[in-house]
Design a protein around this ligand. Structure first.
Ligand code: GDP
Ligand code: MN
Length: 382
């Protein structure tokens, strides 16, 4: 789960990481009022969206008078950045920048550990720096049993700063950021840029945190910050019903028992030149109630032109599956072609039962079924 910059900054503040003064606004008038309350000359106006690269998209502007604050706030509030409409902006006291640094903690699956990433070439071009001059990026794996004690924090800090005073400040920030990362079960805690001011202080002028969804149950305070997209809402509803469901862009709706088989079904569709509309694992059972619920999810997606039900009857017998499907489809009204691939225990019996009902196109192998799905899609589009 991602949170906005202003929310990440709130968390940073509770861990003692220095951030500049700021105020959240929803309107251009609100921004001007906040500008007056702040009583400073120059402010940064920043789009609050759950994606990065706002600066490059024009979502970060500096202003030093009422008119500009109003104008920029208005323009940014009308923007959509990478598909996210801007509904909130952050007005923050502008900071004089002597240098921009990058620092983050993330999980490195290859190293099986938390990794600290730092660079003296922070700012909006950090991805470019990582590609063009990877030597400017410092990576350090963190031993979970040791964490980041003082001596390590100082060692890391001195790799970026020569002066002891600044290195000390940096060491504290490294430790505080690590603490926030661990305690909040984050998968990313990032400051880009961490700014060195002309007077030698360090400030986090941007903040990004991503939390591990599997650990959210331990953090009711973070759960409250969730702003799911329409797709994420659907996935959550599906999860409550015991499905794992991910929407995609294709036309072939898939209903499969088992995650591995669901992945294979999608691969097969792609192999034969089609596009899956979704990943849907309905789990082991074939109970009609589940089938009905799953069909509702599929048919609710208007892109779906064909449904491909791929069931392997192992412990659940195929004749039971067939009876379940027949019962379910008594209650489902749709003209969409339904292809069923049914194989496994009592496969013949199951397929015979389904063939008696002209609602279904029945197949035994995956190739057969996939080709059938793609063929009926072609017919549908004529
Ligand atoms: P991002 O593009 O989404 O990462 O947004 P950031 O918050 O990191 O802002 C992008 C860039 O805008 C930063 O790298 C800075 O160069 C610049 N910027 C942001 N806030 C200020 C500020 O207060 N003063 C100055 N001079 N520049 C700022
Ligand atoms: Mn940034």
């Amino acid at each position: 789960m991602k949170v906005h910059e202003y929310q990440a900054k709130e968390i940073f503040s509770t861990y003692g990481i220095p951030v500049e003064r700021h105020a959240l606004c929803h309107t251009a008038d609100g921004a001007v009022a906040a500008y007056h309350r702040m009583g400073v000359n120059r402010v940064a106006i920043k789009a609050q969206v759950l994606t990065g690269g706002r600066g490059k998209a024009g979502g970060v502007k500096l202003a030093n008078n009422d008119r500009d604050v109003y104008q920029y706030a208005q323009t940014i509030l009308e923007m959509t950045i990478k598909g996210y409409p801007v509904t909130k902006i952050l007005l923050s006291e502008a900071v004089n920048i002597a240098a921009e640094y990058y620092i983050s903690f993330t999980i490195d699956r290859n190293m099986r550990s938390v990794t600290l990433i730092m660079s003296a070439a922070g700012g909006m071009d950090i991805e470019e720096v990582a590609r063009q001059s990877p030597e400017k990026i410092i990576r350090c794996s963190i031993d979970p049993l040791i964490g980041v004690p003082d001596y390590l924090a100082h060692k890391f800090a001195f790799s970026l700063f020569e002066q002891a005073e600044q290195a000390n400040r940096m060491a504290t920030i490294i430790q505080d950021l690590y603490k926030a990362f661990i305690e909040k079960d984050a998968s990313l805690a990032e400051i880009n840029p961490l700014v060195l001011t002309p007077v030698g202080t360090l400030l986090a002028i941007d903040a990004k945190m991503v939390f591990d969804d599997n650990a959210l149950y331990r953090h009711p305070d973070l759960q409250k910050l969730s702003e799911p997209t329409e797709d994420e809402k659907l996935e959550a509803i599906a999860k409550e019903r015991g499905f794992s469901y991910v929407r995609m862009d294709g036309e072939i709706g898939c209903m499969v028992n088992g995650a591995g088989l669901a992945m294979t079904t999608m691969d097969m569709i792609k192999l034969y030149g089609g596009n899956p509309a979704n990943f849907l694992d309905i789990g082991g059972s074939s109970n009609p109630v589940k089938v009905i619920e799953a069909m509702r999810l599929l048919l609710d997606d208007k892109k779906v032109k064909v449904v491909f039900i791929n069931i392997f009857g192992g412990i659940t017998r195929c004749d039971d599956v067939a009876i379940g499907l027949l019962q379910a489809f008594e209650q489902i009204q749709t003209d969409i072609p339904i292809i069923v691939r049914l194989t496994g225990t009592n496969g013949n019996m199951g397929r015979e039962l389904l063939r008696k009902n002209n609602r279904f196109q029945v197949a035994q192998t995956m190739e057969e079924a996939t080709k059938m799905a793609i063929e009926s899609l072609k017919k549908e589009s004529i």
